[in-house]
Structure formats: structure tokens, C-alpha cells
Ligand binder design. Structure first.
Ligand SMILES: CCCCCCCCCCCCCCCC(=O)SCCNC(=O)CCNC(=O)[C@H](O)C(C)(C)COP(=O)(O)OP(=O)(O)OC[C@H]1O[C@@H](n2cnc3c(N)ncnc32)[C@H](O)[C@@H]1OP(=O)(O)O
Length: 257
């Protein structure tokens, strides 16, 4: 059984080397898919069909839902508008892209649905594991490849309480890992977190909307150094600062091959 799992993983990897991570897209096909998703959503105002390849209609958790506050929606609208640049003759994309976000790492990647049945039928991406709208992590990430940075609008749900009325530090760390890791993965391909340093400067009120900003510091061989900040949406208040180190890995590393 174990041998056939590894065989399946090997076959999968050799056919689809960089398609594992819809949250942290980086290479051709995925970027194309992401852009399709982005434009798919824009046109989804009038067209509900998903454009993610080889997948019926996966739920994109980064799209607005009824639990979003007016402030969350406002931030979304602001960055989503920056995803479109209309010229006289055509519509061009960028510099911002809204990344789609699914609840499984493998399921929606090409061929991944078969693999996930074998090795991870119950696993779910941590930040997307709760289906109840607004209960835990509501977030959307916008990527700016030109400037090697991204911004995430994050609305914390009632399940993320730490100190009374405030967000748990582990939940903030989770979001920081997710956002900095998504940036590193977008720029450098498959990565794993080697180091994450966090300074908590001021508590985040539970249920509030904050921004997570992340930018590339530098890349040294396999090492990708990224920084992160959590601020209020008007950026007047600093909640958290972080630095992170990601290491480029072969996809096989994740499976222990
Ligand atoms: C694949 C895709 C999956 C997709 C999924 C989809 C999910 C979509 C979610 C969105 C994004 C979420 C992002 C979450 C990302 C995680 O949370 S990952 C989970 C938490 N991290 C881990 O479990 C990692 C565990 N550690 C390891 O596996 C290995 O130690 C590492 C980090 C891969 C490094 O191992 P290695 O490749 O053998 O590296 P190694 O050759 O020892 O070192 C390379 C260099 O890095 C340096 N280095 C290594 N570790 C450290 C360290 N801790 N401190 C300082 N320097 C270090 C070394 O000194 C060396 O430096 P140089 O000598 O080259 O100058």
C-alpha cells in the first residue's frame, strides 16, 4: 500500500511538478490558472463558471461572502479594482492579482484528485478547514509580482479568540506564515518555512479586519527572506511585525521521498 502511494506520488510529481499549491502559485500553468481565476471572478459577476483546470467547481474561499464586514468588502473592492487596467483597445491584467484559495492542497491540482484520495482523503488546508462562513480565517491575498510583495485582507472569526475579545497569537502567526509563504512560493516555487520570527506590537480585536503586508527582502540560493507586517486597514496602527525564511524544496521533500 505504502509502496503504491509513493508510486502514485512519483508519477504525479513527474507529470505535474509544480501544481500542488493553488495558494502559492509560481510557475507558468499555475500563474495562467490564477490569472484565469482572477479574470474568471471578474467576469463571474456575470458568469458563475469556475475556470480552474480539471476541476468541476471548487469553492474559492477568497471570494466575498455574507460574513464579510463592509470594511472587508471595501478592501477587497479596492485591490480587486487594481487587478484591471483598461486601455483604449483592450483590458490588461495587473499589477495586482487576486489569488484563488481552496481548502485542499492537492485536490484541485491537475491529477491531484486521484492522489488525494489515496494519501490524504480527509486532510484540509488549515486556514480553509472550517466551512462556516466567517467563523475562523476569512482572507484574500492580492499579489504584486512586479514589486515582489503582496497584501492580505484578514477578518478574524469568533473561533480565533486568544485573550478575551482579541485574536490568538497562534492564529496571527498562522496568517503570517500563510501570507509570507504564499509570497515566497509565488516568487520561487515550492518552499517550506524554516524560520518565522514574530513581534506582537498591539492586540488585534476579534472580528476586526486587518491587512497583512509581505515583501521580499532577498533571495540567496535556496533561501528566500521575506518580511511581514499586520496593520489596521488605514495602516495607522501596527499590530505585528515578522521576518521569515523559506527554503526552496523539491516537491518530493514534502512527501519524504
Ligand atoms: C511544496 C508545496 C506544498 C504546498 C502546500 C500548499 C499550502 C498552501 C498554503 C500557503 C502557504 C503556506 C505556507 C506554510 C508553509 C509551511 O508552514 S511549511 C511547514 C513548516 N515547516 C517545516 O515543516 C519545515 C521543516 N524543515 C525542513 O523540512 C528542512 O529543515 C528545510 C526547511 C526544508 C531545510 O532543509 P534543507 O533543504 O535540507 O536545507 P539545508 O540544506 O539544511 O539548508 C539550506 C540553507 O538554509 C539554511 N537554513 C535551514 N534551516 C534554517 C533555519 N531554521 N534558520 C536559518 N537558516 C536555515 C541553512 O543554514 C542553509 O544555508 P546555506 O548553508 O545554504 O547558507
Amino acid at each position: 500500500m505504502i509502496r503504491s502511494c509513493f508510486q502514485a506520488v512519483r508519477t504525479f510529481i513527474s507529470h505535474f511538478p509544480v501544481t500542488l499549491c493553488p495558494d502559492a502559485v509560481s510557475h507558468g500553468a499555475l500563474i495562467k490558472s490564477t490569472r484565469l481565476q482572477c479574470s474568471g471572478h471578474r467576469s463571474a459577476r456575470g458568469l458563475s463558471m469556475s475556470l480552474w483546470p480539471l476541476s468541476a467547481n471548487p469553492r474559492d474561499f477568497s471570494l466575498p461572502n455574507a460574513s464579510w464586514s463592509a470594511e472587508m468588502q471595501q478592501v477587497y473592492d479596492h485591490y480587486n479594482a487594481l487587478c484591471e487596467v483598461k486601455t483604449k483597445d483592450s483590458e490588461e491584467k495587473g499589477p495586482w492579482y487576486k489569488l484563488p484559495s481552496y481548502n485542499r492542497s492537492l485536490k484541485h491540482a491537475a491529477g491531484g484528485v486521484y492522489l488525494s484520495k489515496i494519501i490524504q482523503s480527509k486532510s484540509r488546508l488549515f486556514t480553509r478547514s472550517n466551512k462556516e462562513y466567517g467563523a475562523a480565517f476569512e482572507y484574500v491575498i492580492f499579489m504584486n509580482k512586479q514589486e515582489k510583495k503582496c497584501v492580505c485582507a484578514f477578518q478574524s472569526g469568533h473561533l480565533l479568540e486568544g485573550p478575551p475579545g482579541h485574536v490568538h497569537g497562534g492564529a496571527i502567526a498562522t496568517m503570517m506564515d500563510t501570507v509570507t509563504g504564499t509570497l515566497a512560493g509565488y516568487l520561487a516555487g515550492p518552499v517550506m518555512t524554516a524560520n518565522l520570527n514574530i513581534n506582537y506590537r498591539s492586540p488585534v480585536p476579534l472580528g476586526s479586519v486587518v491587512l497583512l503586508h509581505s515583501a521580499l527582502d532577498r533571495i540567496e540560493g535556496k533561501k528566500i527572506f521575506v518580511n511581514g507586517r499586520v496593520t489596521s486597514t488605514d495602516e495607522s496602527k501596527l499590530h505585528t511585525e515578522a521576518t521569515a525564511l523559506f527554503i526552496s524544496v523539491n516537491v518530493g521533500h514534502v512527501f519524504g521521498i
